[in-house]
Design a protein around this ligand. Structure first.
Ligand code: B12
Ligand code: SF4
Ligand code: SF4
Length: 264
């Protein structure tokens, strides 16, 4: 078993799973090809996430999710150009983005469950924390934070808007699976927790309820705004203005360009 086999399985799922297509929106494709990273289940950063300043003591380690685990596979599902460009206009979320949030998460859950079945069929044990019955979110802090896991698995860093910025940008969703097979870890090409963010401030200007400032994002303000969006667009909601129409939408922004242009 190596990362090539896993990539092939994920890409096969990505290329033909019908949940990636929204018939209601003219057969809109939600996600592009996923980006994949691997962390050792013994990476000391997992223990660091239990600190109050990181996620908190309730954050479960890979061993707590799956005794005997060896590796954690994290993936980033980038939104397609259609979803991203539709959401670049200021103000209310685009319909494409609302479907990307809700139907997109159904697809994400299906991919996670597929990977668990795929590893099990190959004779290994696997757990997808986000689709596991033990998964919980308390005071807006989950017991398995996908962004922190992606950081550990070499996919990218956090940012001023609190999004993860990967080599394919920040506009997308994350998932992960813990397995009891040893895989080669993806090297982290960064050392700081928000290294990929230029602090250009473009996301500050994009945020409708002004949840972001130069010190970071206020989760409560963002969350209250999302509740108002839900009241209007139920059963869907979402916003993601901080992940679209910004220099980190599809790539790691170029630090040399700060001050020259903040919009894409
Ligand atoms: C609760 C939640 C929310 C809450 C609060 C957000 C929050 N607390 O992070 C609300 C409702 C506001 C929210 C909003 C949104 N969310 Co949300 N949310 C979650 C959820 C379920 C849990 C997040 C969590 O546990 N956070 C934990 C806290 C502690 O995170 P934090 O405060 O940012 O952490 C700081 C500290 O840890 C500090 N730090 C201190 N020491 C250390 C040490 C290390 C090593 C590190 C790395 C960091 C660190 O750095 C961090 C940043 O300052 C995750 C799914 C999941 N299972 O992870 C999705 C998730 C984070 N959300 C996501 C998205 C897309 C959104 C929205 C865009 C909604 C939408 N689709 O329109 C918005 C805005 C996202 C944004 N810019 O942050 C994605 C993010 C993908 C991405 N590209 O980054 C996730 C991962 C869902 C998914 N499966 O893809 N969300
Ligand atoms: S828009 Fe600029 S400041 Fe905001 S997260 Fe992206 S790179 Fe960082
Ligand atoms: S999701 Fe919307 S409300 Fe929340 S921080 Fe991003 S732009 Fe602001």
């Amino acid at each position: 078993m190596d990362i090539i086999n896993i990539e092939e399985a994920i890409n096969e799922f990505w290329s033909d799973n019908p949940l990636n297509i929204v018939k209601d929106l003219n057969s809109l494709q939600i996600f592009d090809k996923p980006l994949i990273g691997v962390a050792s289940a013994y990476d000391p950063l997992f223990e660091q996430l239990k600190e109050e300043t990181a996620v908190g003591p309730h954050h479960m380690s890979p061993q707590e999710w799956l005794p005997g685990s060896q590796s954690v596979i994290s993936y980033f599902l980038p939104f397609t150009e259609e979803v991203r460009t539709a959401n670049r206009r200021m103000g209310q979320p685009a319909r494409e983005w609302l479907y990307g949030r809700i139907e997109g998460q159904q697809y994400n859950n299906a991919l996670c469950q597929f990977l668990v079945r795929w590893f099990t069929a190959a004779g290994y044990e696997a757990v997808g924390p986000s689709v596991d019955k033990r998964f919980q979110v308390t005071n807006k802090r989950s017991n398995w934070s996908e962004r922190h896991v992606a950081f550990i698995a070499g996919l990218g860093t956090l940012s001023l808007s609190c999004s993860i910025i990967t080599k394919r940008g920040s506009a997308g969703r994350l998932g992960s699976v813990i397995v009891n097979t040893l895989l080669e870890s993806t090297p982290r090409y960064y050392t700081e927790k928000d290294e990929n963010c230029t602090k250009c401030g473009a996301c500050i200007l994009r945020c409708p309820p002004l949840a972001i400032n130069e010190n970071g994002k206020n989760h409560a303000v963002c969350s209250d705004y999302l509740d108002r969006v839900l009241a209007r667009f139920s059963p869907r909601y979402g916003c993601g203005k901080c992940q679209t129409g910004v220099p980190c939408e599809t790539k790691i922004p170029d630090k040399a360009r700060i001050g020259k242009s903040t919009a894409i």
